[in-house]
Design a protein around this ligand. Structure first.
Ligand code: HEC
Length: 194
């Protein structure tokens, strides 16, 4: 009798282990899947935004592009969000649009962590969090083109007075100038509901 109880207990414990292992495997495969999905959506959004900024800059200079970005950046994110059944956001500690300010402690911690890692000289990568009702994908953004500095570089030299005036008119509390090439700028956040 005792050995039967023992056997049952052993069986129960080991089946628990198997279940946990399966759950971890499932989480790992979800992470892999969403790492790819998130990356694709970011590529799409990034190229759509860049295309629009560069056309607008060519059409009417950086000042015009700022007004244009203010209207279009949100629209582009919204329509791509609907198309891909997710929510596309950009978040930054030094934000320009107050809507891109981190909305939770988790977002703020993650951005600080990315920032610290970059300051230490280590590389940062996209991350996926599998939560109860949703999956969150984060991908770091860098100042990776000289053109970014026209609107995010040093005021007075890289950002002309005229451009700065436009920025301040649209975003009176702007924090997003003074960046240099290769600086950490913020992150894409893509949320998929389960
Ligand atoms: C023509 C000016 C201009 C150029 C060039 C430009 N940006 Fe911006 N950027 C803006 C404006 C304006 C916003 C605010 C958009 C909004 O209202 O959603 C912004 C917002 C952002 C944000 C969102 C976070 C925040 O601060 O609100 C990131 C990230 C960003 N820019 C990165 C970049 C990078 C990287 C480049 C170069 C590839 C770049 N920008 C080039 C004008 C510019």
């Amino acid at each position: 009798m005792r050995s039967l109880t023992c056997l049952l207990i052993i069986l129960m414990i080991s089946s628990c282990g198997v279940r946990e292992e399966k759950a971890t495997q499932r989480e790992e495969s979800l992470k892999k899947e969403y790492l790819q999905k998130g990356g694709e959506i970011v590529n799409l959004s990034q190229s759509e935004l860049l295309k629009n900024v560069s056309i607008a800059t060519k059409t009417g200079g950086p000042g015009y592009a700022i007004d244009f970005c203010n209207l279009r950046a949100m629209e582009i994110k919204d329509s791509l969000s609907r198309l891909n059944n997710c929510q596309i956001q950009r978040i930054a500690l030094k934000y320009r649009n107050p809507l891109d300010k981190p909305q939770s402690k988790k977002e703020e911690d993650l951005l600080r962590q990315y920032q610290l890692t970059v300051q230490r000289g280590d590389s940062i990568k996209p991350e996926v969090y599998v939560l109860e009702d949703r999956i969150e994908y984060y991908q770091p953004i860098f100042i990776n083109k000289g053109a970014c500095l026209i609107c995010h570089g040093v005021p007075g030299t890289q950002v002309t007075d005229e451009t700065l005036e436009k920025i301040m008119a649209r975003y009176p509390n702007d924090l997003a100038t003074g960046f240099s090439m290769n600086d950490f700028r913020g992150a894409w956040k893509i949320t998929f509901m389960k």
